[in-house]
Design a protein around this ligand. Structure first.
Ligand SMILES: Cc1cc2nc3c(=O)[nH]c(=O)nc-3n(C[C@H](O)[C@H](O)[C@H](O)COP(=O)(O)OP(=O)(O)OC[C@H]3O[C@@H](n4cnc5c(N)ncnc54)[C@H](O)[C@@H]3O)c2cc1C
Length: 541
């Protein structure tokens, strides 16, 4: 069977994504698209995959992998190597559309069990073969590239089971290659939830969540993944690290934390124990508010989170451009209710939506929602009910499927994210807006969705026509300018996507030489021969 680049680049379950009619209307107007533009696919990726780079594994090395994991669990054909050479970063998708696979692994190996995985890592260390741990491949930071070749070590095919749900300790122990939905379905059957719902939930794994240090939509209440991990088992070239389960300890620093955010550079997380939470969806309280300005919405968010009466789990602000687009794509724009809102001074280009969901005990959710409603000052905000936030939650996974058809239209579509203290948040937001608005015909939607007492994240989604014939350089320059702008104004390099190879050039400047050398020393300890995801991830060599 022959396979195309398009089969690799598509998001998620590989269905052909569609753009809804109201979004089509917006992009037609904004980007001057004609009906004829929708008839063909720009850089379709429909060509058959052919790799120029030959596998550099010796026949006996390939034989070793086959005899260890079984022939059916080792692939070295062009399509498999191309498929495992990337995640879902925009520039990687662009490469595939241009029929480029710059950094393929030499083979893909899917061990059937822990013992096989251990044997494979020992062998790779001895033979100096690079190993790139692979989960759901939803990375958006170029963290899965194999610039030095080696094997993509896939955990999703076999190492994907729930090992134990411990109802007494309220923890779950899983093999790291398990995808979000399987974990959540099983937890729900037992009356629990994992509480971690990244937008990539359907197509990402527990190992990837931990290795990239991710955050889900309910992180304000449940925390980021690093707040959920209780213990880890990690196979490193220097040996196996298996930490014990304790709620907290004071036995020196927590070793398992070194692997959270390690992006495959230290070893392979094979098993994780996570905290779990009671599943009580009927108790969840929802609220949506509209504010007259982004600044007022941010001030209210800060006040709510700093009041210490209980946190919402989902807590999200859409800035004015994102709010306007949400109104348009939901058919609310210019409706009777919209006219009323405008009459009350909630104007397009200024107004900002806040979405809230509070989970937990019924009395708690009621109490927190009431407090929030009292905190939000009348006159600057209007309560607009439960349904806008519920509707948003219902469709939040599907918007990710729109990127492929947008790229088919020749539209650049990517995201960046950061976290910043309250005192700098508006400055970073305004600077990013000024930078992006300099590019003609650009849509920039910004939201806040992970909120802390000391600050919050900012998440940027931008759309703009590709510069045809110069797509790669144009994107690289635009992307670099936005990262620089965020950095110069006090934002972090990342809040939850990780660093990978894409943000690696900023790492030393961001962390400083001393901190970088600590990362280097830790890497040297666990991976003295530099076989674990080598070649730039996290700014390590
Ligand atoms: C549409 C879309 C939406 C997204 N939304 C979010 C979001 O809301 N929140 C969020 O946090 N992220 C989000 N992401 C980014 C991405 O989904 C996360 O980084 C996710 O945690 C990666 O998990 P994965 O299983 O796909 O890992 P992969 O992409 O396969 O790998 C990511 C990194 O982890 C390493 N790795 C994977 N498994 C292991 C392991 N077992 N041991 C050691 N290292 C390992 C890899 O080597 C690589 O460096 C989104 C991405 C996309 C494309």
């Amino acid at each position: 069977m022959e396979y195309t680049y398009r089969q690799i680049l598509k998001w998620g379950d590989k269905r052909e994504g569609k753009i809804d009619p109201l979004t089509i209307k917006i992009i037609k107007e904004k980007f001057d698209l004609k009906d004829s533009d929708f008839e063909t696919k720009y850089l379709s990726g429909l060509q058959l995959v052919r790799l120029e780079k030959r596998s550099s594994l010796k026949p006996e090395q390939l034989d070793f992998f086959k005899s260890t994991a079984g022939n059916e669990n080792v692939q070295s054909d062009d399509f498999s190597r191309a498929k495992y050479s990337c995640g879902k970063f925009y520039a990687e998708l662009l490469d595939l559309r241009l029929n480029l696979v710059p950094d393929p692994p030499d083979a893909v190996v899917s061990p059937k069990c822990y013992d096989e995985l251990l044997k494979i890592v020992e062998y790779c260390n001895q033979e100096r073969i690079p190993v790139i741990p692979v989960g759901g491949q939803s990375s958006v930071t170029g963290a899965l590239k194999a610039p030095l070749g080696g094997i993509a070590l896939d955990l999703t095919k076999h190492l994907n089971k729930i090992e134990k749900i411990n109802t007494e300790n309220k923890t779950v122990t899983v093999q790291a290659g398990i995808y979000g939905p399987l974990l959540e379905e099983e937890l729900i059957r037992h009356g629990f939830t994992c509480g971690h719902f990244p937008q990539s939930f359907e197509h990402s794994t527990v190992g990837g969540w931990i290795a990239a240090k991710g955050a889900g939509v309910a992180s304000t209440g449940y925390g980021k993944i690093e707040d959920m991990v209780v213990a880890l088992k990690v196979v490193t070239p220097a040996g196996v690290i298996e930490t014990k389960e304790y709620p907290r300890t004071a036995q020196g620093w927590d070793i398992f934390r070194l692997f959270i955010g390690s992006e495959g550079t230290l070893g392979i997380i094979t098993e994780a124990t996570l905290n779990i939470h009671n599943y009580r969806p009927k108790n969840t309280g929802y609220a949506s508010f509209i504010f007259k300005s982004f600044e007022q919405a941010v001030a209210a968010m800060q006040k709510i989170i700093q009041s210490e009466y209980g946190k919402p789990h989902l807590f999200r602000i859409s800035d004015p451009e994102e709010t306007d687009i949400a109104f348009k794509t939901n058919g609310f724009d210019n409706s009777f209710s919209d006219k009323l809102l405008k009459g009350f001074g909630y104007l397009p280009g200024k107004r900002s939506l806040i979405f809230i969901a509070v989970e937990g005990d019924k009395d708690f959710t009621k109490f927190v929602l009431n407090k929030i409603k009292k905190t939000v000052r009348k006159g600057e905000a209007m309560y607009i009910g439960k349904s806008p936030v519920k509707k948003w939650l219902d469709q939040r996974y599907s918007s990710a499927y729109m990127r492929d058809p947008l790229m088919d239209l020749g539209i650049m579509s990517d995201t960046l994210e950061t976290v910043v203290t309250w005192e700098k948040l508006l400055k970073v937001w305004a600077a990013a807006r000024t930078y992006v608005n300099k590019r003609p015909k650009t849509i920039l939607m910004i939201h806040i969705s992970h909120v802390y007492e000391s600050g919050a994240n900012l998440y940027f989604t931008f759309l703009s026509p590709m510069e045809k014939g110069n797509e790669k350089n144009d994107f690289a320059a635009f992307h670099k300018g936005l990262v620089d702008t965020i950095q110069e104004n006090g934002g972090s390099l990342s809040h939850h996507h990780g660093v990978g190879r894409v943000l690696a050039p900023w790492m030393e400047g961001h962390l400083g030489k001393q901190s970088m050398s600590v990362l280097g020393a830790v890497k040297k300890h666990f991976d003295p021969n530099n076989i674990m995801n080598p070649g730039g991830t996290l700014g390590l060599q």
